[in-house]
Design a protein around this ligand. Structure first.
Ligand SMILES: C[S@@+](CC[C@H](N)C(=O)[O-])C[C@H]1O[C@@H](n2cnc3c(N)ncnc32)[C@H](O)[C@@H]1O
Ligand code: SF4
Length: 358
């Protein structure tokens, strides 16, 4: 039975220059109204109990503690559940973090991105490096024992030395978990425009590979497990909610533009707020589009997602065994009993390997 829920909070103080997530500016009243509708949408799915809850965005930490409390209280949550909230440094202080903890949040994921103040400005972030570190320390003080940090690399004109310095500063903080994303040049963002205009250029493949290899080696040397292509953790601190995505499990997606996977259907919610509200007013599920996942496409998702899990990999069906053996011969996969897993070469060229299964 499905037991994971993602709740999208589409509000940000300001749009970062690289980001195309569904988010916009809001005031206190907009946010309160939105949470009212989130509660109504949750009530449309009375049958589920949750072992993982993920409030993502946008910037869920822009919500006040009462609104977070209202959401958490509305959910049937199992004992020992992981309840995560994404935090942007500029939107919280110690008191607010304590309030989130009291509301039942037991894991925070903080968007640090980089510790370089000049680069933070280039990214369009509202916080300084010092404020990012303060937020991490305040989260500890508020009693969070499970903290994840987000970092980005392969940023415009970024050097290998700058990436090393960012990683060292992150590792000094010793979070239980961190995610590290190489920049994606998303169409429609100010970054993409600058790329088109020739102001920025993409990082050379070779340099980006050096950055990533350094990150993997250093993180492992410092005791972190590289358990997913972009994710590292201390022992037993894997992101339990996100792991459900990679394990191809069903989960509920709530909120504007949220994606979900329920009853063999992958769906996306309405992306226009007025349509989202209107549909919920009619007590209907606010789905914009959905795709039935038949056995063949479920199988494809199994490889596309499963190979991302670097310690588990995939046990192929007979149909794909030959393909896996071929990729093993080419050095992209290795085999442990029935499981096939990405090698270092496979990790570096993961997109090409995963494309083989489409
Ligand atoms: C939805 S954001 C949520 C965190 C929070 N809104 C913040 O930015 O502090 C999740 C993460 O996605 C990453 N991200 C967003 N846009 C990206 C892009 N274009 N390329 C690579 N990573 C990106 C950032 O590291 C960000 O922290
Ligand atoms: S990166 Fe985070 S804070 Fe910045 S616009 Fe995207 S969702 Fe909002």
């Amino acid at each position: 039975m499905l037991d994971g829920i993602y709740i999208h909070i589409p509000f940000c103080m300001n749009k970062c220059n690289y980001c195309d997530f569904l988010s916009f500016k809001s005031n206190e009243e907009d946010r309160k109204k939105y949470v009212d509708y989130i509660l109504k949408e949750i009530d449309l799915y009375p049958e589920y109990e949750y072992d993982t809850v993920y409030l993502g965005g946008g910037t869920p930490s822009l919500l006040n503690c009462d609104d977070v409390d209202r959401i958490v209280k509305r959910l049937k949550i199992k004992d020992g559940a992981e309840v995560t909230l994404e935090v942007n440094p500029k939107s919280v202080d110690l008191e607010k973090l304590r309030g989130f903890k009291k509301a039942g949040i037991n894991r925070v994921s903080i968007g640090i991105q980089t510790f370089d103040d000049e680069m933070l400005k280039v990214l369009g972030r509202m916080h300084s490096s010092k404020e990012g570190i303060e937020t991490y320390l305040q989260a500890r003080e508020a009693g969070f024992e499970n903290i994840s940090l987000d970092l980005m690399f392969s940023l415009p004109n970024q050097s290998l030395e700058a990436v090393k310095s960012d990683l060292h500063r992150l590792l000094e903080l010793r979070p239980e978990h961190f995610s590290i994303y190489s920049l994606i040049w998303e169409e429609g963002t100010p970054f993409f425009k600058k790329l088109e205009d020739g102001v920025y250029s993409e990082t050379e493949n070779e340099l980006e590979a050096q950055m990533f290899e350094y990150i993997i080696d250093k993180a492992q040397e410092m005791g972190y497990i590289h358990y997913e292509i972009s994710n590292f953790c201390l022992p037993n601190r894997e992101a339990r909610h996100n792991s459900k995505y990679w394990e191809n499990k069903e989960y509920l997606g709530i909120g504007l533009g949220a994606s979900g996977y329920v009853d063999k259907k992958r769906y996306k919610n309405q992306v226009q707020i007025s349509k989202y509200y209107d549909t919920i007013d009619k007590r209907e599920i606010p789905i914009l589009e959905s795709e039935f996942v038949d056995l063949d496409s479920k199988e494809q998702y199994k490889y596309m997602l499963g190979f991302r899990l670097l310690k588990k990999g995939v046990v192929p069906s007979e149909k794909y065994l030959k393909k896996c053996l071929e990729l093993k011969e080419k050095g992209f996969l290795y085999r442990v009993e029935e499981h096939f897993l990405l090698t270092r070469k496979g990790i570096m060229l993961a997109n090409d390997v995963l494309d083989e299964f489409i």
